[in-house]
Design a binder for this molecule. Sequence first.
Ligand code: ZN
Length: 172
Amino acid sequence: MAIRNIRTVGEPVLRKVCKPVKVMTPRLQTLIDDMLDTMYEANGVGLAAPQVGVLKRIVVIDVGGEEPDPIVLINPQILETSGEQTGDEGCLSLAGKCGQVTRPNHVKVRFQDRDMEWYELEGEELLARAICHECDHLEGKLYVDLVEGELHDAAVEEEPETSGDPRRGERS
Ligand code: ZN
């Protein structure tokens, strides 16, 4: 397992449409392990394969909370969305910045796991936001395309929390 170099906004690889995974290989299993390591190292809640320069339809997500394990989505397809949430969103490919994005509050996604078995998963709030954000990456879309208003600096975690609005941008 290893930390991979995260590609940043402006690099063409982030604007390409990713190819489906047809067969699981040891090489792709290593990629997934590396994506998880890279996401955790960067304190992100999600990472898509193009963010480490690989144009495959693979996403990892860990929003903490009730899900005990990271979620690995291979060939994800969003089947249904409902509701709406508006809040700050960030991206590991644009460190230190965030901006307001409106997303569905609930999504249902179909995907294959690491054994290429098909599953469905439903997510709300931050998980729904992360699924939408990461699936967009597979289409070469970035949250900056959707931002309402200006990007702003993400709160630095080391700073003591002030009263008022403690929200900080979740990066994925
Ligand atoms: Zn992102």
